[in-house]
Design a binder for this molecule. Structure first.
Ligand code: NAD
Ligand code: MG
Length: 384
């Protein structure tokens, strides 16, 4: 049986992994829409390879180049924020939401509006929109499958269980490339060092988030929205080998964990095949070769981001959207060489402290909070 799929953020790291799996099942998939921000040449190449119905660039200025690469292919080309949402709303059995940042929020909401299945990698969208997104999911009866490896692990560990019986959900964190670095070394950390993750090969933004531990902070909020056990039952543990992707402890004392190689194709495959399973060519776990699994409590002195995220989660309302927007601005500035590594969390903290916008009730209100928080975070940087 052929199933149809759209991939938002098809040219990124998650997009690559997803298309690799689709490639491994010839004849089983029909590709509806593929999107990128710009990367017109790569997007066009993928659209041709997978015979997509439409290819969309979020940045309208890249549309002429996309058109040029697609001329004569019969594949429709489109550009701009509105076109992205229209493509996301085209009927597809499953949509993989893999745009990075709050830029993916409106298209993800459009995909949710189809009432089918959305495989969510774009954690920033859920962190920013929170209940606005989960309400839309409930309203349309959409199946939301988590791609993020931790949440995918938790989702698997909850199969056959009841959330009422959960004592703890434990998110594992690798600790990132700077886990053992001193405060002085963190002050001097460069973008090249920050994106060199020891276990995972990912896009630049999430790699920096892993280095600051904001990734785990965002995932804490993501878990809160995906699994209704309450904030007090969520915790984080550092596990440098990234073999256990997360755990669920039940009230009888049983802990279920999901283990796997540090390869995003494993959680993505579980969403593509769900509730069945599919083959992947990922190297199987060799536990004897790994030898040891170790665990540490997070150090929130050197890595304050998880504390900021937990506080934002407890504050609720607009706070997670502000946290996320400020972080996106600060990470971009760090990658551009404009601020130091340790200033990322400082800017997020100061932006959160500077004001308290009202809780957004719909998508436009979330986007307004996001836009204003970006302006404020940029001001914080000027005064930093
Ligand atoms: P990436 O930077 O490699 O790719 C991002 C994709 O989004 C690209 O296709 C890019 O063209 C597109 N994009 C970027 N900005 C855009 C904009 N303004 N408008 C429209 N499209 C835009 O990122 P990634 O590592 O693949 O991560 C994607 C999402 O998945 C992120 O939310 C990340 O947190 C999450 N995630 C990634 C991994 C991983 O291993 N890479 C793991 C878990 C979760
Ligand atoms: Mg993750």
């Amino acid at each position: 049986m052929t199933r149809s799929i759209s991939i938002l953020g098809a040219t990124g790291s998650i997009g690559d992994s997803t298309l690799d799996l689709i490639r491994s099942q010839p004849g089983q998939w029909r590709v509806v829409a593929l999107s990128a921000n710009c990367s017109a040449e790569k997007l066009a190449r993928l659209a041709v390879e997978f015979s997509a119905d439409v290819a969309v660039v979020g940045n309208e200025q890249c549309l002429p180049e996309l058109r040029q690469h697609l001329s004569g292919s019969g594949i429709a080309a489109a550009g701009g924020a509105q076109a992205l949402c229209e493509a996301a709303a085209r009927p597809a059995d499953i949509t993989v939401a893999a745009i990075v940042g709050c830029a993916g929020l409106a298209p993800t909401m459009a995909a949710i509006g189809q009432g089918r299945t959305v495989a969510l990698a774009n954690k920033e969208a859920l962190v920013s929109a929170g209940e606005v997104m989960t309400r839309l999911v409930a309203q349309h009866g959409t199946t939301l499958l988590p791609v993020d490896s931790e949440h995918n692990a938790i989702f698997q560990c909850l199969q056959g269980g009841n959330v009422e019986d959960v004592r703890w959900i434990t998110l594992t964190a690798s600790g990132g490339p700077f886990r053992t670095k001193s405060q002085a070394e963190l002050e001097a950390a460069t973008p090249a060092q920050a994106v060199a993750h020891p276990n995972w090969d990912m896009g630049a933004k999430i790699s920096v988030d892993s280095a600051t531990m904001m990734n785990k902070g965002l995932e804490f909020i993501e878990a809160f929205h995906l699994f209704p056990v309450g904030l007090d039952r969520l915790r984080i543990i550092v596990h440098p080998q990234s073999v256990i992707h997360s755990m669920v402890e039940y009230r009888d004392g049983s802990t279920l964990a999901q283990l796997g190689p540090s390869d995003m194709r494993v959680p993505i495959a579980s969403t593509l095949a769900w509730p069945q399973r599919m083959d992947t060519c990922c190297k199987p776990l060799d536990l004897a070769a790994i030898g040891e699994l170790t665990f540490f409590a997070p150090d929130e002195e050197r890595f304050p981001a998880t504390k900021l995220a937990r506080e934002a989660a407890h504050a609720g309302g607009a706070a997670p959207a502000v946290l996320n927007a400020a972080n996106e601005v600060a990470v971009a500035a760090f990658l551009a060489g404009q601020i130091r590594f340790t200033q990322i969390s400082a800017i997020v903290a100061r932006t959160l402290d500077s004001y308290a916008p009202v809780a957004p009730g719909d998508l436009d209100a979330v986007l307004a909070v996001d836009a204003e928080a970006r302006v404020r975070a940029a001001e914080m940087m000027e005064n930093a």
